[in-house]
Design a protein around this ligand. Sequence first.
Ligand code: HEM
Length: 538
Amino acid sequence: GDGVPPVGVCPAGDLDRVRADGGEQRLTTNQGVPIADNQNSLKVGLRGPTALEDFILREKITHFDHERIPERVVHARGSAAHGYFESYQDLSPITRAAPFAAAGKRTPVFVRFSTVAGERGSADTVRDVRGFAVKFYTDEGNWDLVGNNMPVFFIQDAMKFPDLIHSVKPEPHHAMPQAASAHDTFWDFVTLMPESTHMLMWHMSDRAIPRSYRTMQGFGVHTFRLVNAEGASVFCKFHWNPVGGTHSLVWDEAAKIIGADPDFHRRDLWEAIEAGAYPEWELGLQIFTEEQAAGFPFDVLDATKIVPEELVPVQPVGKLILNRNPDNFFAETEQVAFCTAHIVPGIDFTNDPLLQGRIHSYLDTQISRLGGVNFHEIPINAPLAPVHNNQRDGMHRQAVHRGRVSYEPNSLGGGCPFQAGMAGFTTARSQMPQPPEDKVRGKPELFADHYSQARLFWISQSPAEQAHIVNAYRFELTKVQTPAIRLRLLSMLANVDPILAEGVAQGLGLEVPPPMPLATDAPSPHYEPSPALSLLSR
Ligand code: HEM
């Protein structure tokens, strides 16, 4: 009654209007015409040719011929589930985003987990980054938090994304290898992009072979803004922490499972939900001001950097529970369209140049993947919040708009939608003076420190975990045929830690070459804790 969905409610409930159940029903064509014989085509005599007029056969075959749609250009392999997010408290002092409006408030979600590089039918347990994409069906429209299971990324600028993906996908002449990373083109590219050093450490760590989707962390990766009703904003990093703990496979297990059960993660998620063991994550926020960020020894707009928890603690603000499997993989998991541009009042972007490019990419790719501009009407993508605007027509339009007016302003429409004019939506005020600047292709100076946080990650690992990282690099490099690429990687690792570089080199029978020259006089950061913002109290 008060807008709080009861336990178990999910957008799946709203999908009931489109659910189809053919059990015990008469077989028909797509026009609803009864089909008497579904075994035999219409022939000119029992041994004669098939008649062109057999519209039943033709409809059936034609539909089948067009059953496949393009797979996602990345993250093609995935599995998803319905559930809800429940806020622990009223966060309105820092954000007016609807899911955080009250303690106990529930917002329906649909969550899709994925690998990045493999094709739609590829194996689950390959060494790869995992996607962790959450669609919140909020009272004020859909908010998509399109994250990964690692808190940083390979590149700093969207300009490099097509290059990164071209290097990691199977090589274009023979379409090998299918596994995520073990080939020359990937290692060629990343060793020429020292900014990927930190992400590579995560990628070679146990994080890249999770035990299950249920035991993965998720991260928004970029710095976002939270905005309150007055338009005041703070910076924010999003963290999903699995209540069952973060667990990984070891490489030997992962490699065997690839063969024994390529659906290992998909099966695990499905079976857990069927059994009522609902997977659960806690949402944590790192919240900091622009003034704090200005004092950090790294740039918060750089997606190759974390904000260490020593600097800004992660504060739990709610939980995510997945409690219902999709009814139809294609209709829901395949057709769902996540998009970083889908924000709601109370959430805003920052100028992170990787995020800025993503804001363009998702809608653009989905126009071709899902066929036109009306895929927001596909039931899994449709918001629960009402939609009213003057956008019209396009392929496969579902809505039937009435009246003569599809423009604004107008004096004829009577019931024409009006603009909302609200504070706190893409009107975030910066607390810092912003001097006018010229257009420039380049990057800020702090983006040039590629190694400090890679080292921070290395020293945070236990000896067993460090050994796994060394072994992963060794395995990967034994697959790389070009000697210069191996040496380049070793000189990159020499900037991270001598023991790491030495360990990898030994496994390959190589000497560690001199460290890769630093991109600039990169500053040597010193991590000084700053007081946590006490905006949140529990
Ligand atoms: C999927 C582009 C970086 C997470 C996709 C898709 C594209 C894309 C085109 C396919 C979408 C679809 O067909 O529905 C980009 C670009 C990036 C970028 C241009 C950088 C400039 C990232 C980063 C993350 C990420 C940094 C994590 C924070 C995801 C996830 C999916 C995805 C989770 C799968 C969504 C799903 O489950 O359907 N990306 N991406 N991407 N991306 Fe990115």
